[in-house]
Design a protein around this ligand. Sequence first.
Ligand code: AMP
Length: 412
Amino acid sequence: MPFKALHLSESVLRGVQAAGYTDPTPIQLRAIPAVLSGNDVIASAQTGTGKTAAFALPVLTRLGAHGRTRVLVLEPTRELAAQVETAFRDFARFTDLRTVAIFGGVGYGSQRAELKRGVDIIVATPGRLMDYLKERTLSLQDINILILDEVDRMLDMGFLPAVKDIIARCPRERQTLFFSATVPPEIAAIASFALRNPTRVEVGVARSVTESVSHALYPVAHDQKFELLVALLEKTDFDSVLVFSRTKHGADKIARRLKAANHSVAVLHANRSQNQRIEALAGFKSGKYEVMVATDIAARGIDVAGVSHVINYDVPEKPEDYVHRIGRTGRAQAVGDAFTLVTPENAGDIRDIQRFIGQKIPELKLEGFNYQPITARPAHVAGPAAGVRTKPSRQGGWNRFGGGGGRRRARY
Ligand code: AMP
């Protein structure tokens, strides 16, 4: 079914055409009619499935022409707020609708000026939005469409109190849309007070890894991780590589060492200033930096065309983050590769990830590299390496490490 058959307005259809979209993605096919009908919607869809357009296109169609501030989109990170606002603006380019991105880390001046000038759509992170609400620069009294994007991540980041406060400031008569990669019980709970009789839209299996990505595990001893990263970068014919670290400190350290090894590197994590984050993303997108080292929170949902490789320097702690990280490559039609460095201590996490995505991730070894065998705990690693968080071994063999799984399984 083409976009034309979806009852979007003419001007929005022109925006879609200008964006170069040909056919709607599955989430767009299912969510657009539901949103156009005015129903509340809970959609589970991972990033990279085209979910921004799935809500932006019908919302713009419903708005029609410029008027009061009627749409509020909440996003968990500044980068996502900027990205989603840009998408709205692009799709709305043949309308007179106005959008603004509201997020912290930058001055208040231009955001205040935009709000005063009058906007139809606000795309915001909760913290900065609350600032404007408290100082009464902004009121949500005319909001009739409220969208919570990446709700699971928003809750993980501790935004629940602010989100509840913001929902309570919106009129009760409104349409509410929830988009989330996963729908754990906490989300079902806030959905029950924020949404009325929602239509559920689930696309494919929210746990699946995009088919256009080939992914593999690279077993390695803990103290050889950096060497393996450098070796992979050397061996791989990459255009741009996103390297994931579990911690901000780790990300800085990897970046420092890669720079010393003559790679051009950007870093993206929550402790960097807004200007540094903007510069890092812009530089990575333009090709100035061939490698970007990021943490999960900073990189969630970020859409960078042409990421050819994702390297998980650290195995993600939560199985769903594996899907999100891998989703950075192979977006839309592009084909990408994703590698995960696995040390013996990660056995439990890998098992959880494989169970979560419902498939075994193939193991690869780099010729001539000094790997640890993945099927047996190496003899010389008698105990945990200094500073390494390990999990209790129930049965000795590292691939049978227990721990972690039971607690997390309960969430899904
Ligand atoms: P999203 O899941 O919204 O972050 O979108 C992922 C990527 O897919 C973005 O680069 C979009 O521009 C692109 N995209 C979304 N919908 C379509 C479509 N129908 N046709 C082609 N590309 C799309």
